[in-house]
Design a protein around this ligand. Structure first.
Ligand SMILES: NC(=O)c1ccc[n+]([C@@H]2O[C@H](COP(=O)([O-])OP(=O)(O)OC[C@H]3O[C@@H](n4cnc5c(N)ncnc54)[C@H](OP(=O)(O)O)[C@@H]3O)[C@@H](O)[C@H]2O)c1
Length: 302
């Protein structure tokens, strides 16, 4: 595969998701042929949005191997962002989708010898928990699949972890701070994660590699609040959730998803710094800073 080969057909699994739809947008903008994996249960407006963009939608569910064999017909490259964490439907769990389902997709892709397989995982988080165990097992499967792979390991997305979904409500100048809010995180925009996924198709530096991804500068949650306060010219009201309370949530969790969400939140307390210098020497991308994100008003658009 080379950088001018636009005849390749890329299947995006997770096309209706936050990250997958942005990957589709960037692939179409680069004149790529794009197929988007969707389900009968996918949000119809998201499917229509993809089709209007120029994505050819194909039906498939990671839990159903036969459906993947059909969806992969005529496909040369796969990018998978699938996760059951936000969009789960009946039968979707971390085990059936994030673990066994992703492995189904890798096996199906290996059976038709796709040229590239790009898998979106996440950076190392402290402790063991079901979602992290699933991601690492899928990574090992992909490394041993014989496919030409790239494993992207981003840290926390700005569009998710600096959003009302987790109590960061910039519009109303309120923020929930986990722990003391002093450990630094290399918050990354999902637009930049999408750009790395697209660039990995052609960049030989991405072939058969795992790549940690973070934003341009590590900042603590309290430093992030200061940036938003300066941008919005408004003082934020803060609510602190003690680390101990999050530990109790993880230990008392009733199911693998609740345990994983508590563990990811505890990861914010521990911090997650990623030095991007070496990666940026190989990928000439301009990363979005928290200040730029705050200026554009947060959210996925912009
Ligand atoms: N949020 C973060 O800070 C962060 C950080 C690092 C890495 N990540 C990783 O980034 C990836 C993308 O996240 P996101 O926010 O874009 O997720 P998202 O918006 O929840 O999207 C999930 C996608 O997976 C699809 N899906 C779920 N179950 C499926 C199944 N059984 N078969 C086929 N498709 C299925 C969904 O399709 P339907 O519409 O059909 O349900 C949807 O398109 C995830 O793997 C996540 O772990 C996230």
């Amino acid at each position: 595969m080379n950088s001018t080969d636009k005849s390749l057909v890329v299947l995006v699994a997770g096309a209706t998701g936050f990250l997958g739809s942005e990957i589709c947008r960037q692939l179409i903008a680069a004149n790529r042929k794009v197929k988007g994996l969707v389900r009968d249960t996918s949000d119809a407006s998201k499917v229509t949005h993809l089709e209007k963009m120029g994505v050819i939608t194909v039906k498939g569910d990671l839990k159903d191997r036969d459906s993947l064999d059909s969806a992969l017909q005529g496909v040369n490259a796969v990018i998978s962002t699938v996760s059951s964490t936000h969009s789960r439907k009946e039968g979707d769990t971390i085990k059936t989708v994030d673990e066994d389902g992703q492995i189904n997709l890798i096996k199906a892709a290996a059976d038709v010898s796709v040229e590239r397989f790009i898998y979106v995982s996440f950076s190392e988080m402290p402790g063991q928990f079901p979602l992290q165990n699933a991601k690492r097992r899928v990574e090992r499967q992909l490394e041993n699949s014989g496919l030409n792979y790239t494993i992207l390991q981003p840290t926390y997305f700005m569009e998710v972890w600096l959003s009302p979904l987790v109590g960061f409500d910039a519009a109303n100048a309120k923020a929930t701070i986990f722990g003391e809010g002093k450990k630094k995180i290399s918050w990354i925009s999902l637009k930049d994660v999408a750009s790395f996924a697209v660039a990995s198709l052609d960049n030989a530096a991405a072939h058969n590699k795992s790549i940690l991804l973070g934003g341009p500068k590590a900042l603590s949650p309290l430093e992030v609040v200061t940036i938003f306060e300066e941008t919005k010219k408004k003082k934020f009201e803060l609510q602190f959730v003690p680390e101990q309370a999050l530990r109790a949530q993880k230990e008392g969790a009733q199911d693998p998803l609740a345990e994983s969400i508590a563990a990811l939140t505890l990861g914010v307390v521990s911090g997650s710094e990623i030095d991007m210098k070496t990666t940026l020497d190989k990928f000439k991308l301009q990363l979005c800073s928290v200040k730029e994100f705050a200026t554009r008003g947060g959210g996925v658009k912009g």
